[in-house]
Ligand binder design. Sequence first.
Ligand code: F6R
Length: 371
Amino acid sequence: NKGKYEHYMQKEIHEQPESLRTTMRGRLIRGGSSKGKTVLLGGLKDHLKTIRRSRRIVFIGCGTSYNAALASRPIVEELSGIPVTLEIASDLVDRQGPIYREDTAIFVSQSGETADTLLALDYALENGALCVGITNTVGSAIARNTHCGVHINAGCEIGVASTKAYTSQIVVMAMVALAIGADTISNQGRREAIVDGLIDLPNKVKEVLKLDEEMNDLAKQLISEQSLLVFGRGYNYATALEGALKVKEVSLMHSEGILAGEMKHGPLALVDENLPIFVIATRDACFSKQQSVIQQLHARKGRLIVMCTEGDVASVSVGGSCRVVEVPRVEDCLQPVINIVPLQLLAYHLTVLRGYNVDQPRNLAKSVTTQ
Ligand code: F6R
């Protein structure tokens, strides 16, 4: 049931404040004044000791689910102190890459039925790793065949392009990071700030959804472009990849997410006055580096659209010469949840304006059960 919406993708984008609330329901608790605020993940609690002792955490997934793991890697590394690597499921299986008994392998999948991810799960089980599932589908193959896990509880996602599952996956992985890090005193202040940030996140997502009209307007400007580049780094490298994936899979416009730190190692050659470039430059430890990327793209006459933190227009717009999208600021590790929303809206509006099928893009299936 689409309710007041025309398409499932549109409905699922707009229901993210609620889906995120459901994802967090009953899982963030105030453990009394001395203990502060913590996280309770029932499906993980008996395995946390093993996870904390593991030599490595490996996230495994495909498409959007992989991007969600990429968005969460920095906070999992920071709070766990354990090295974190990422694997695209098919590539791990193609390479028969090393997986050890001392590894924790975390499988991220909305459907819980993706063939590539399931094959990677069989492979990790054979190699003796502790296997954790993060899925949206109770009773799915990945939920059943892993040793333990967390359901994201985002509610049924019908649009082929994953939107609300992505933001809920990031929130669950941030909670997993909090749970793994919960036995260390040194980062307690940071953990409490993240819990506060999580509690307020649905309100901030509601605010960023007000950009709907603005993104429709931007889509009108971009409607007949051949291509769109999206630059991000740090916490928002994943936002660049995921934003570009949304644009290409539904609007059928070529789009590429690029790690801004790699700009000079090739992509800069593409820049001219015609190619639109979306730069994510919200406030975090990488902000000044992104400012200098904007300067350099501007110096090559790049056609820039910049996403920045509210109130930062003057710091990013190179003398008012580029279009700016302002978003609310949240705790740095949660910022990818906010920043993807305008790009989801852009992909949605581009698709409607270009006259393509939003909920069922050609050639794609919601659950990819074949290799
Ligand atoms: C993109 C998209 C796909 C899926 C991928 C993995 O919007 O939907 O890239 O993310 O096929 O699917 P799950 O998460 O079900 O394993």
